[in-house]
Design a protein around this ligand. Structure first.
Ligand SMILES: Cc1cc2nc3c(=O)[nH]c(=O)nc-3n(C[C@H](O)[C@H](O)[C@H](O)COP(=O)(O)O)c2cc1C
Length: 189
């Protein structure tokens, strides 16, 4: 798929087929995503793939994050949509795998911001490459609300910081295209 087409047609997928993705394909997606840029080429990241029994346990942890975004959901969405979002968190759309991007913890806030930017570049690459391979993802920051629990589950609480989580699997939906906002470009000449 051509890059511009991949960027424009990638969607957040919230409904998946149950079929597991072959490990070789997951590896290929991640290894390509790892070509993301990073500050001073530090490559400060790890990518964790959670599958099988552990996937269900991990989902049960992530599900708790929805309680922290409830107030915002109520403000932004009608009741039907709120229910749908709760349902999504419950099972992550049935995705067979959950992928987590983390970066090295850093007491220096500016360096930590740089590392999070690198982790985010990696996550965007991952979403695009997965899309190119016919796989679906949904970048999720909501688990940040329960970061300690998430990192505890992974056994990585002390040295690693959570960037984002995504389910991974074969899409079982073709979501509508959410509109993009007007013109955020500011030209300074
Ligand atoms: C930083 C970031 C955080 C997000 N967090 C969540 C999330 O916690 N839960 C969720 O369902 N979607 C989440 N999304 C997906 C957005 O809702 C989605 O990208 C947006 O609605 C545009 O839709 P599209 O990705 O299909 O173009 C997140 C996306 C980004 C980039």
């Amino acid at each position: 798929m051509e890059l511009v087409e991949a960027i424009k047609t990638r969607r957040s997928i919230r409904q998946f087929k149950p079929d597991p993705v072959p490990e070789e394909l997951i590896k290929e997606v991640i290894e390509t995503a790892l070509w993301a840029p990073s500050g001073m080429n530090t490559q400060p990241w790890k990518v964790i793939v959670v599958s099988g029994e552990k996937r269900n346990e991990f989902n049960a942890t992530i599900q708790k994050a929805v309680n922290h975004i409830n107030e915002r959901l109520k403000r932004l969405f009608p009741e039907k949509m709120q229910k749908r979002i709760h349902g999504y968190f419950k099972d992550l759309g049935g995705a067979p795998h959950i992928i987590v991007v983390v970066v090295a913890k850093n007491d220096n806030i500016k360096q930590q911001e740089t590392e999070i930017q690198a982790g985010s570049a990696l996550m965007q690459n991952l979403c695009l490459v997965a899309h190119d391979k016919g796989l679906g993802t949904c970048w999720m920051s909501a688990p940040l609300w329960i970061e300690d629990e998430v990192m505890d589950f992974l056994g990585m609480k002390n040295e690693w910081k959570l960037v984002a989580v995504t389910p991974l699997g074969y899409p079982d939906q073709n979501p509508p295209v959410p509109p993009r906002k007007g013109d955020p470009i500011i030209w300074i000449k």
